[in-house]
Structure formats: C-alpha cells, structure tokens
Design a binder for this molecule. Structure first.
Ligand code: TXA
Ligand code: MG
Length: 344
C-alpha cells in the first residue's frame, strides 16, 4: 500500500485534508492525524473492522485497549457513563482541561466494540484540542479511536515524518500539520469516590496535565500505589518496556553511574546541556541531543523528547545514555517514558 502525506499548512489545505480524512474514515479506512500530544492513528470507534486494522497496522496486541477521542461531553456520553459518585468531579475536570491532553477511564457503554476496550468494562476517553483532529470529528459526527501512530512498543511520533518511518506502506494516509505542540501523550486518570469530599484521582499515565494541576481536584494516587478493586491491571498498555528505541538506552541516576566500555559508541540525551549538571562533559559522546537547549524548562523538554530520542536512535551509537530530568510537572511524564525506554 502506498502511504500518502497530505500537507495541512494553509487554511485551504486544512479544509481539503480534513474532508479527505473524514471521507476515508467514513469508508472504514484508517488515517494518521495530528493531535496536540503525538500523532494518532484514527479509525471510527464504532467500526470494529476499522479498529482491527489499527491493531494490525501497529502490530499491537489485542489486550492493549485504544483511547476514544470525542468532541466534548455530549459525545462522551455515547461511549462512556459518568458514575453518580464521581460525575461532579469528572464534569469539573472536563470543564477545566477539555479540550486538552487529559484522558478519563470510565465505565463503557455496550455499543463500544470489544476490540476497542480489549474486552474491559471501561473505556479511555479524551478530547483533543488540535484544530485538525477536532474538525475531522466534527465532520464525521462520530468518535474516533486513536492510539499513537507508531509500531507497538516503539517511539511515539511527533511529526509526520516519524509516522512515515513507523508505518510507511501500512496505512493509506497521513495528515501533516507539523510538530506536535506538547510532545508527550495525554495524562490518563481514573476518578474514584473516596468517601471524603476529595475523590481519589488514580494517575494511570503521567502526561502534560500534571499532578500539580490535578491535585486541587482530588487526592492523586500514582498507579501501583493502590491495587484496583478487582485485581485486573489498571492500564494494560502500561508495560514496563515501551517507547523503546532500537538502540539500548541507559538512564543514569547520577553522573558517576556511567561506566563506559572500551570501543562502544555512546550518545547523550541531555536535559539542558549544561556542564554544571555533570553529564555533558562526561565522555566524548558520539552524538548529543539536548532536550531543552532554550529555556531550560520541562515543557520544552517534553516537546522535543520523542524527536530527540528518535534522532539518537538513528545516529549509529551503540548505547544511548540519558540524563535524568527533575520529577516535577511534566518531568514526571518524561522520566516515566525514559524508564520504560530503558527496560528491554
Ligand atoms: O495523547 C494520547 O493519548 C495519544 C493521542 C494519539 O491521543 N494516544 C495514545 O494512545 O497515547 P496509546 O494507545 O498509545 O496509549 C493509550 C494507553 C495505553 O497504555 C492503553 O493501555 C491505555 O491507554 N488504555 C486504553 N484504554 C484503557 C482502559 N480502559 N483502562 C486502562 N487503560 C487504558
Ligand atoms: Mg502509544
């Protein structure tokens, strides 16, 4: 299959790309679309056959459910229920963060195909704020299931060329809208009544909506701190090895942990590239990528993270050495991805 990339830069191009994407999705095809987090591989969520094609193109195992994207609360209620004991909190969080990178795990409505939820009785739902993604859902009038547009377990794509590297020949169409503005996949939460005024907010995947932003709405509990009531895994796709480059990656806790082997080529994934942090001058690196060369801030590092990881993966080094980032704000999400990338 030939993979076509449609440029969506000018307003005219955007209009025609949106209608081309919507037509193909309506016909049951799958299309890679930009979101504010990473590029997604979309299918109509109520079309089980189209959703099966998403699993096939990504080589994703059937136990790993898809996120369903909606246009807002009205469409949310076509795929999920708002349980009475947490409805108020979910509505407040929606008012605060939608459209945006916050995904809720909620009880599913039976009409959602089993393949989307991997047979779970819950469904993950989010509302993207990307103008193209929003326009495609609006034109179709139906929710879109869309995981990240990469092969299963691989580095998430934050540009159309990264989608091409991952899925060329496996999907018919990519809509190119440049680089993603937040660069890290959405935060995934499950809200649970606590018996107290503040509910529990289980953090199933850290992301751009940070713990600091969530904690005024409930007691944030990191995945794994409390076991789920029925003993089933909370986020089946949160496998310990994920977001992994082909090249082996080692995440350092401190500069002194680096023990180079003679003859091996090492590349450096640096946070700020500053000598005072103790990593950039450790070794004559084969290549260096700096996550935040400008402001030295975590949001910039998040935007560049998957792009930089992909670049180092392609630089010919034997091992990528990653410097840790501070675990606050979106840094928690970056460290989460680094840990998973380091696990093989
Ligand atoms: O930012 C994002 O969320 C991107 C863009 C494209 O929207 N999508 C994304 O999807 O990251 P994906 O499939 O790469 O990651 C979805 C994660 C997986 O870890 C999956 O296991 C989890 O969401 N998930 C989906 N449904 C779930 C459910 N019912 N319960 C728990 N976890 C769920
Ligand atoms: Mg993914």
């Amino acid at each position: 299959m030939e993979t076509v990339i449609l440029d969506a830069g000018s307003p005219e191009q955007i209009r025609s790309a949106v209608s081309e994407a919507a037509n193909r999705l309506h016909l049951g095809q799958i299309v890679a679309l930009p979101t504010e987090t990473v590029y997604g591989l979309a299918a109509c969520a109520f079309n089980a056959t189209a959703c099966a094609s998403v699993f096939e193109a990504k080589q994703r195992p059937g136990f790993d459910p898809l996120i369903v994207h909606v246009s807002g609360r009205t469409m949310l209620e076509t795929v999920a229920e708002l349980p009475a004991d947490v409805a108020d909190t979910v509505k407040i969080l929606i008012a605060e963060f939608w459209p945006g990178p916050l995904t809720f795990v909620l009880p599913r409505i039976a009409a959602v195909p089993d393949i989307v939820t991997a047979g779970l009785d819950t469904v993950a739902v989010r509302c993207s704020n990307h103008p193209i993604f929003k326009a495609v859902i609006k034109e179709l009038g139906t929710p879109l299931a869309a995981p990240s547009a990469n092969r299963f377990g691989s580095i998430s794509p934050t540009s159309s060329s990264a989608v091409m590297t991952e899925l060329s020949g496996r999907i018919p169409l990519i809509i190119d809208s440049g680089a993603c503005s937040s660069g890290m996949e959405s935060t995934i939460i499950r809200v649970e009544a606590s018996g107290k005024p503040k509910p529990f907010i289980h953090l199933l995947r850290p992301g751009p909506v940070t713990v600091e932003m969530l904690k005024k709405f409930g007691k944030v509990i990191a995945a794994g701190q409390l076991s789920p009531p029925d003993g089933k895994p909370e986020a089946p796709g949160q496998l310990s090895s994920h977001y992994a480059p082909q090249t082996s990656l080692q995440l350092l806790a401190k500069p002194g942990d680096f023990k180079p082997e003679p003859g091996r080529r090492y590349a450096m994934l640096s946070y700020r590239g500053q000598p005072k942090d103790g990593y950039i001058d450790l070794h004559p690196w084969h290549a260096v990528e700096i996550l935040s060369p400008g402001s030295g801030k975590l949001p910039e590092a998040a935007v560049r993270f998957f792009f930089a990881l992909r670049k180092l993966d392609e630089c010919g080094a034997d091992t990528i050495i990653a410097e840790p980032v501070p675990e606050r704000g979106v840094g928690l999400a970056i460290q989460d991805r680094l840990r998973r990338a380091a696990t093989k």
